[in-house]
Design a protein around this ligand. Structure first.
Ligand SMILES: [Fe+2]
Length: 446
């Protein structure tokens, strides 16, 4: 849902149907390009079999829309526990009596048919789950989020490439400063007005920040390679104690999917091995690696508030925008979103998506690790269920912002918060760095 119009149910209905359809097209693409063996296999203990995601998408849609909104009886109550993400960790899902691919597809299709009937008849107001079509928007986002998860499974899958997409557009040749200054002052973080924002993005609140410098673009492969080649993975002083312990235990020496062939670094991307492109934002690094790089560069990761102020605050109007470029929905010229491409665009791309502070690519391309733990905003209230966010709050998760090339526009906005463990590398995450503009700070870059 890009611009939910609360006043016109017909427009809203159509927008919802469009989002549901877009999500299902993507799901079909991600599950239709491999055979049943690949759908039911577990490609990594970190991931579910693709066929689990497929039926789980249908099951959540049935639960929230048909049962909670529509008051329907369960279609197949016996399968509910199989697809409850909290009951079965991913590693154990392949051993469950899951619906086979054909049945999973049929189930999701049947649910969707009934949901479209429900949508047609729904007033889309008069109850919190219905207002502005919230529950429908939540389900469209949920499916797209699982599509991103399935794309991660594709990246982890061994074997020949089955996905294809054109490369992203080349970056313009303009020379950008290494960093941009965000002056001190308050801004509005979070939202009360974004119709499909999730509970953890709410409520809007004022945050006052000292001035800071932020990288204009995400850290590139070339910059990250300098850290690798400078012995960054062999120097405990760049790492937090927990990060160093993990680096040693896991034997990390470079981003995930990288390998060295003589003097050249290669990477595997959706089944294709290719030279690491120097100008592309680095991908598949953990929070620990991002944090160590930043320290090596004499910098630090931005806090989540610093990221959001850079992405949303417009000093001219004094208000926070929905996106870096304004309040209009993401278009192809603004950001690399929606799996249009199967990789990030070169650093410096998307000048039309530039934020008021001058930073680029805050939305799309790579998720950006921030320094912050995943915590509730002041005044947080769980909605529509505790397991959405509340059970994850705490220091064990770090916040990621901005969305990757694998994130759909419906699940991406300036307020959107993602979170994961600091060891995670299979996700489409990179980062940019920051530094405080204190009395000692000049304009020298890192
Ligand atoms: Fe889910």
């Amino acid at each position: 849902m890009l611009n939910a119009d609360r006043t016109d149910p017909a427009t809203l209905r159509e927008a919802i149907a469009t989002e549901l359809l877009a999500a299902r097209d993507r799901t079909a693409g991600l599950t239709g390009c491999v055979d049943d063996h690949d759908l039911t296999a577990q490609h990594s203990p970190l991931m579910s079999p693709l066929v689990w995601d497929l039926a789980h998408i249908g099951n959540q849609e049935e639960l929230w829309l048909l049962r909670n909104v529509g008051g329907h009886d369960p279609m197949h109550p016996e399968i509910d526990p199989l697809y409850d993400a909290f009951e079965h960790p991913r590693a154990e899902r392949p051993s469950l009596p899951l619906l086979p691919p054909d049945e999973a597809r049929r189930y999701a299709h049947e649910v969707r048919g009934r949901v479209l009937d429900l949508l047609e008849a729904s007033p889309l107001e008069g109850a919190p789950l219905l207002d502005a079509g919230f529950a429908f928007g939540m389900i469209a986002q949920h499916e797209q989020q699982h599509d991103e998860t399935m794309l991660i499974t594709h990246q982890l899958r061994q074997g020949a490439a089955v996905l294809a997409a054109p490369p992203p557009p080349a970056a313009p040749a303009d020379r950008l400063p290494a960093e941009v200054l965000v002056p001190a002052g308050p801004f509005t973080m979070g939202t009360d007005t974004e119709p499909w924002a999730l509970d953890n993005e709410r409520p809007a609140h004022r945050v006052d920040l000292p001035a800071y410098w932020l990288d204009t673009v995400p850290v590139t492969n070339a910059a990250y390679l300098a850290f690798v080649e400078d012995g960054g993975y062999r120097e405990p002083r760049w790492w937090t104690p927990a990060g160093w312990e993990h680096r040693m235990q896991a034997g990390l020496t470079a981003p995930l999917f990288w390998s060295r062939d003589g003097g050249q670094w290669l990477r595997r991307r959706f089944g294709t091995v290719e030279p690491v492109p120097p100008d592309e934002p680095v991908l598949h690094v953990s929070w620990y690696e991002a944090d160590a790089y930043a320290r090596w560069a004499g910098r630090r990761l931005p806090t989540e508030a610093e990221w959001e102020k850079a992405a949303r605050f417009d000093p001219a109007s004094g208000r926070s925008r929905r996106y870096p470029w304004g309040d209009g929905p993401p278009a192809a010229e603004h950001a690399n979103l929606g799996q249009r491409h199967l990789q990030p665009a070169p650093a410096g791309s998307y000048p039309e998506g530039t934020a008021p502070c001058g930073a680029r690519q805050l939305i799309g391309d790579v998720w950006e690790w921030t320094a912050s733990d995943f915590l509730p905003y002041p005044g947080f209230a769980p909605w529509p269920y505790k397991e959405y966010s509340e059970v994850f709050f705490g220091p064990e998760y770090k916040v990621l912002r901005g969305g990757s090339f694998a994130v759909a526009p419906v699940a991406c906005r300036g307020t959107f918060r993602n979170w994961d463990y600091p060891v995670r590398r299979q996700i489409f995450a990179g980062f940019r760095t920051a530094r405080s503009a204190d009395a000692a700070g000049g304009t020298e870059g890192a």
